[in-house]
Ligand binder design. Structure first.
Ligand code: HEC
Ligand code: HEC
Length: 593
């Protein structure tokens, strides 16, 4: 019954002839391991199509959602990390296999007459694959893809005549943004796959037409592909897939860098490893010579590669073959040398390593924030993930705007002429200051700020009283933004606080608080709500206000920061950073992929 069903199907489809063609294809000289690359490549390509389709079901191509959706795939979706990892590493395996395949074809002389077209379709496949890599690299819209793509498209833009327009077409305008994502995505999933299938079909059809190239010193007794060659192909495909799976497991999937941040120009951009040689090569052609490195020489190499099959029209056949092999191995050797050089250059490049380290921290931070149920990827776009993180953004603005004078945890980036802002506004900071206001981390270096040192020389408060008053003043930081001094004083906890009297009698001689103290002994900053967000904000926006340091006449004062220097959002970030109000980094990030 089974046989009659098979007959029936064969009658309608002719599948037996097809299978016959596939399995009983004659292999001149018998089955060989070196023939396995083509079929391994086809397997790997099917893997890419399959994992790519799965990724498409979850990926969302836009500059605001791409990162979040890739994050979802890598960290939330069931098996998503594995699928993405397979797609990522299979892409690299494809490049390796292609290179091996090309070398094998070259050594066997299989690129020559009558297989010229085969060689050309093969080259086309190589370029389509590189196109997949280039476009795919950008799709997560993370820092490494963003900056590497910027470098790549700038190279494209440097091409004579058509370069700028070509770049504009690919980038989708002048700026890199949503249009860049949608275009690259369209090319990656809409344009390149059919192109690859077409080239592959033509390539395979031509292989069938011309058959395998017989080995030079082989008995001319062809044997059918089945079973030996088919078996070898199968082993190779399984072997390649196993290696890829092992690599994916070892890496825990593919990396996702921090979300793309166009303002972060010091990102240490590097291309994928197989483009490193070109990257290194470009360093040899600075300035106006650049086009030689980006266009002329690579273009010449490609042209020669394309013309290799025609070489034996003008040269003796074996000499042409020798030259062709020499050329390709020379290019590969040079590329290998440049790759090693590129890696070694980075090894002892301190600024690069520091930037790399910073980028890694940003990556881990972004993942931790996105994973946290209280934070998550903002619906406005992953770009806001780190921009709204006090630890990242607050720290960055502090470094840029404040640490030119101040220090933080003992570390300053400039004159170190102002106080240590770590834990500012807390009981710790205050108690330390009351102990020794003339210490380096308090008022030692601030010009004209000798009020607390003067206080220290004259105060009668004993250490335990200082504790109590410190408790009292440290509570100011939690006074809500809309509460006025008199209102606040009416509260029971305040009115009955043992520190209240001490404050009035001692601190109140200089520090004025409506309804609590009159001051008068000398000018001093207002302390109401000291350490609260509003106190901070006023200190940063208006340090020269009379209730801040406006009474000081010395120059070298803290400058007022307007919204043009520190935006309201950034002000909030600084304050939250200084007040320790952010998601704490875990000792070991849970899923640090
Ligand atoms: C040009 C140097 C300079 C810069 C930049 C600067 N400060 Fe200050 N800061 C001072 C000095 C000096 C004081 C002491 C008061 C004064 O002299 O105005 C001070 C005081 C403060 C105080 C009050 C505590 C204290 O030590 O008196 C806070 C809080 C503060 N700065 C925060 C900041 C923040 C936040 C920034 C960044 C947005 C910043 N400062 C930038 C010099 C600076
Ligand atoms: C002799 C006047 C005087 C007395 C008394 C005094 N202070 Fe001050 N205080 C100042 C002056 C002036 C400053 C500004 C910095 C400087 O010059 O040392 C200051 C600064 C401060 C600051 C930092 C403000 C900022 O910029 O962040 C705090 C907090 C503070 N005093 C708390 C107290 C407490 C608590 C007491 C009472 C135990 C007290 N002070 C007593 C004069 C005084």
């Amino acid at each position: 019954m089974f046989k009659s069903l098979a007959d029936w199907i064969n009658d309608r489809t002719g599948y037996r002839a097809l299978a016959d063609q596939a399995f009983n294809e004659p292999i001149p000289g018998g089955a060989r391991w070196r023939y396995v690359f083509g079929s391994a490549l086809a397997t790997v390509f099917c893997m890419q199509a399959f994992t790519g389709l799965l990724l498409m079901t979850a990926y969302s191509p836009s500059s605001s959602t791409a990162w979040g959706s890739v994050f979802y795939i890598s960290h939330v979706m069931w098996m998503g990390w594995f699928i993405r990892g397979m797609h990522h590493f299979t892409a690299q395996a494809m490049i390796v296999l292609l290179a091996l395949h090309v070398l094998q074809v070259l050594l066997a002389g299989a690129y020559r007459r009558p297989r010229e077209f085969n060689w050309w379709f093969g080259m086309a496949l190589l370029f389509v694959t590189l196109g997949f890599s280039l476009t795919g690299y950008l799709l997560p819209w993370d820092q490494k893809g963003y900056w590497a793509t910027k470098v790549a498209t700038n190279i494209m833009g440097g091409a004579p005549v058509i370069g700028p327009s070509l770049q504009k077409v690919f980038v989708g305008g002048v700026d890199y943004g949503n249009q860049t994502v949608t275009r690259f995505y369209g090319i990656h999933v809409g344009l390149l796959p059919p192109l690859l299938v077409a080239c592959l079909a033509a390539h395979i059809a031509l292989v069938r037409r011309h058959g395998h190239t017989p080995p030079q010193k082989a008995p001319a007794t062809p044997s059918p592909a089945w079973p030996e060659q088919v078996f070898m192909n199968l082993v190779a495909s399984v072997g390649v897939l196993s290696v890829i799976i092992l690599v994916v497991l070892a890496h825990g999937g593919a990396n996702l860098d921090a979300p793309a941040d166009p303002s972060n120009g010091d990102y240490p951009a590097r291309p994928e490893w197989y483009f490193l040689s070109l990257f290194q090569f470009l360093k040899l052609f600075p300035g106006r010579l650049e086009a030689i490195g980006t266009m002329v020489i690579p273009g010449a190499i490609v042209l020669v590669m394309l013309l290799l099959p025609l070489l034996d029209r003008i040269l003796p056949r074996s000499f042409a073959h020798f030259l062709a092999c020499g050329f390709v191995f020379g290019v590969l050797g040079g590329a290998g040398f440049l790759t090693v050089q590129a890696i070694r250059d980075d090894w002892d490049d301190r600024p690069f390593l520091a930037a790399r380290e910073k980028a890694d921290q940003a990556r881990l931070r972004a993942i931790a924030l996105a994973l946290d149920p209280g934070v998550g990827v903002p619906p406005e776009g992953a770009g806001y993930l780190l921009a709204r993180d006090p630890l990242t953004q607050g720290r960055a603005v502090l470094e840029k705007r404040c640490l030119g004078c101040h220090v933080h945890d003992g570390k300053g980036l400039g004159t170190q002429s102002a106080s240590d802002l770590a834990r500012f506004g807390t009981r710790d900071w205050l108690r330390g200051m009351l102990e020794n206001p003339g210490a380096g981390s308090y008022f030692k270096h601030a010009k004209g700020c000798d009020g607390m040192m003067e206080w220290k020389r004259t105060t009668k408060l004993k250490p335990n009283e200082l504790d109590v008053v410190a408790d009292f003043v440290a509570g100011f930081a939690s006074i809500p933004d809309d509460v006025e001094p008199t209102e606040w004083l009416n509260q029971k906890e305040v009115a009955e606080h043992p520190g209240l009297k001490l404050f009035q009698n001692d601190c109140g001689k200089c520090h004025v608080i409506d309804g609590l103290s009159e001051g008068g002994l000398r000018d001093a900053p207002g302390l109401f709500a000291w350490g609260s967000p509003r106190w901070f904000a006023r200190m940063i926006r208006k340090p020269d206000a009379l209730d801040r340091y406006g009474y000081l006449e010395t120059s070298n004062r803290m400058p007022a920061f307007g919204t043009d220097q520190v935006s309201d959002a950034d002000l909030n970030m600084i304050i939250r950073y200084l007040k320790d109000d952010y998601l704490k980094p875990a000792a070991a990030p849970a899923q640090a992929r």
